[in-house]
Design a protein around this ligand. Structure first.
Ligand code: WT7
Length: 654
């Protein structure tokens, strides 16, 4: 696309109103949005109560909408009973049993579909299998699976019987898996022999074996789904093949009525310490938000084919793959493999093949595919697409405009959805039938969500274009309930800053004259690498766990495709490696971090120095390191450094 065109669009700071054609058919039109906003403004509690009654099927109705007696441990609908799997599957089977629930596109190009009825039967049968091996309500079940329908079935089966699933992304290493098994105290792990990815196989079972054998918490059973058919080690006594487990199980499993506050899942995410946090979500509030935002933001209709490219190992894959779409009776597509396999046209070829109408992905994927030029998508028929979405990080306007023109053919609204693992579902996003979008802005909060931008003392920043802390002012149903096993950390991380008054998201943001919000970045030591959250401390603790490393400091640096890349400054024990020695040590440490955390945590660059720059009180001067990594001019006072010459080493000049 011509640079002048981008330039002209950016200079005009143009906004993009939805077409009349789209608006006329939208689930949320101007009048509806107005009505919702008014109700929410008049009575926030009534607003959520009304939605919870209209949208969900309760086995026992609730009368308490919000219980704030233990704030900030808010509870929602806590005298009601409900089941998430019943709301996802049984409800839709009774409406249209033969509707396709999941289209599964395998990496080798074969595909298959599963109807709602089949999904219910498979889920029920597997739920009975879990019961057979002793899984009870409140038990934690770790799921470490490839992207395939069985991953969703495993999640839904847990929800059906009241077990708490904790999905671990298949790209995480055995060590990261072990940490999560231990923290969640999960006596069951569900995995597969392997996962197809990029033409190769990821040995999930081998990683599971390592994790289980090293875990200080005893795992009783490992359920293994056969996906690749490769030979894997099989431990008699603990291991059970998925197919053997379900072979004699009934196809009917009554969904267990559970308290609305019953934990639905734990999902680990990175924070500002070395230890990931187990974000705990509750059943009713979470599914309410998943269902409603899915319908409002993605404007879902009966014949849509919705494709969210996120893995179920992330919150996006929970809310907009495994729950939101199924709660709405939608047809989703699940793709097993790499976006560039066998070539960089794969995403677009899948859109064409399965007539995808709504496509939701991360800016990093858009930027990566944009690099290959407009000719690639031009080879495919993308005319069925009617709505596009992005999530996970700010999208740069250039990528937005490319997405709009080249993928959306200028007729698809783009929903840039801001949210977090903690918020459970999208919070700030255009409503595609009514919002004038602006490239790079996630626009305004959805009805019922009350956000603000506040300064250091917690006062609203009313002036436009002034940055501050992004906060959420009222509790909402799909908010995290706590951090698994560490409620104090929950309070400290999200509520302490403004004395429990606001939920602090950890992002800075500003609002412009048109009430559009622009996310500026994290305010804590958290990086966003390819739309994935990573703590700098997490990478640092992985590095210092290596026998060669004495000290490490990790900072982020802007990256054209990944958004941010990881830059590590390392002090080794003994002499500072130089020349070839430095090269091999760098490679060794990169692989080491991959083995400790996962490939996504591999530092892009590692630089060795004799010391790290510290203040007199011994604090690492991170701002200085950030400036060095970004090759910015150094404005920090370095006269306090014991040895100023290390700055040259850090700059890579020696
Ligand atoms: C952090 C949450 C929400 C699912 C994926 C990431 C950043 C998320 C956007 C957006 C700008 C965004 C924020 C947020 N983020 N969406 N549309 N525009 N930034 O979930 O791993 O919990 O990370 O991702 O910094 O705090 P997560």
């Amino acid at each position: 696309m011509a640079d002048e065109l981008i330039e002209s669009i950016l200079n005009e700071s143009r906004s993009f109103p939805p077409s009349k054609e789209f608006s006329d058919q939208a689930n949320i039109n101007e009048a509806k949005a107005e009505e919702m906003r008014k109700l929410a403004a008049d009575d926030h509690i009534k607003y959520w109560a009304k939605l919870a009654n209209e949208e969900l099927h309760w086995s026992r109705p609730f009368s308490n909408t919000l219980d704030d007696s233990k704030a900030p441990n808010y509870e929602w609908f806590n005298d009601g009973e409900i089941n998430a799997s019943y709301n996802s599957l049984d409800v839709n089977v009774s409406k249209n049993p033969h509707k396709t629930a999941i289209i599964f596109e395998k990496e080798d190009g074969k595909s298959e579909s599963i109807t709602y009825k089949e999904l219910l039967l498979k889920t029920s049968q597997f739920a009975n299998g879990l019961k057979k091996i002793g899984v009870e309500p409140m038990d934690r079940v770790v799921i470490y699976m490839p992207m395939c329908p069985e991953a969703v079935i495993a999640m839904q089966a847990c929800a059906r019987i009241g077990a708490i699933h904790s999905v671990v992304f298949g790209g995480f290493s055995s060590n990261a898996l072990k940490d999560r098994i231990e923290d969640a105290q999960s006596k069951i792990v569900i995995t597969a022999d392997g996962a197809f990815r990029g033409g190769g196989v990821i040995p999930l079972k081998q990683a599971t074996d390592e994790a289980v054998s090293q875990s200080s918490f005893k795992v009783n059973n490992v359920v293994v789904f056969k996906r690749t058919g490769e030979n894997v080690n099989f431990n008699k006594g603990t291991d059970i093949w998925w197919e053997d487990l379900v072979a004699d199980c009934d196809l009917v499993c009554e969904p267990k009525p559970l308290n609305a506050e019953h934990p639905l899942f734990i999902l680990y995410t990175s924070g500002s310490t070395g230890k990931p946090k187990g974000i705990q979500h509750a059943t009713a509030g979470y599914i309410l938000h998943a269902k409603t935002t899915f319908s409002w933001i993605f404007d879902i209709k009966n014949d849509d084919v919705f494709w969210c490219t996120a893995d179920v190992g992330w919150i996006t894959g929970h809310t907009y793959v495994a729950y939101g779409p199924l709660l709405s009776g939608a047809t989703i597509l699940i793709y097993e493999g790499a976006p560039t396999y066998p070539d960089v046209g794969r995403f677009w070829s899948i859109c064409e093949k399965h007539s995808v109408t709504i496509f939701y992905t991360a800016p990093t994927a858009i930027r990566a595919l944009m690099k290959h030029g407009d000719e690639i998508p031009a080879n495919y028929d993308l005319s069925k697409l009617r709505l596009l979405g992005t999530v996970g990080e700010p999208i740069n306007p250039e990528a937005w405009i490319w997405y709009h023109k080249v993928i959306g053919g200028e007729h698809c609204p783009i929903v840039d959805t801001w949210w977090q693992t903690e918020t459970g579902g999208a919070m700030i996003s255009p409503l595609p039938g009514i919002t004038n979008t602006k490239p790079g802005s996630c626009t305004t909060a959805i009805p019922g969500i009350d956000i603000d931008i506040v300064n250091e003392s917690g006062e609203p920043v009313d002036e436009p274009n002034q940055g501050g802390y992004l906060v959420i002012k009222k509790p909402w149903p799909s908010m995290l309930r706590t951090i698994w096993g560490d409620n104090q950390r929950y309070i400290d991380t999200y509520w302490e800053k403004f004395d429990g008054k606001y939920y602090v998201a950890g992002d800075s943001a500003y609002r412009d004259e048109d009430d559009c919000h622009w996310i500026m970045g994290r305010i804590d030591d958290v990086l966003n690498v390819s739309g994935h959250r990573l703590g700098t401390m997490e990478v640092e603790s992985a590095l210092v766990a290596n026998e060669k490393v004495a000290e490490a400091a990790v900072v982020g640096r802007p990256h054209e495709v990944k958004g941010e890349s990881i830059f590590a400054f390392v002090v080794t024990k003994g002499n500072r490696p130089t020349g070839n020695d430095a090269k091999t040590t760098q490679e060794e440490l990169r692989e080491w971090v991959a083995s400790q955390v996962g490939s996504i945590a591999k530092p892009d660059e590692i630089r060795f120095s004799d010391n790290l720059p510290k203040t007199r009180s011994g604090k690492i001067m991170r701002r200085l390191l950030r400036a060095i990594a970004r090759q910015e001019e150094i404005t920090q006072d370095i006269s306090t450094l014991e040895d100023e010459s290390i700055v040259k080493q850090l700059q890579g000049e020696e």
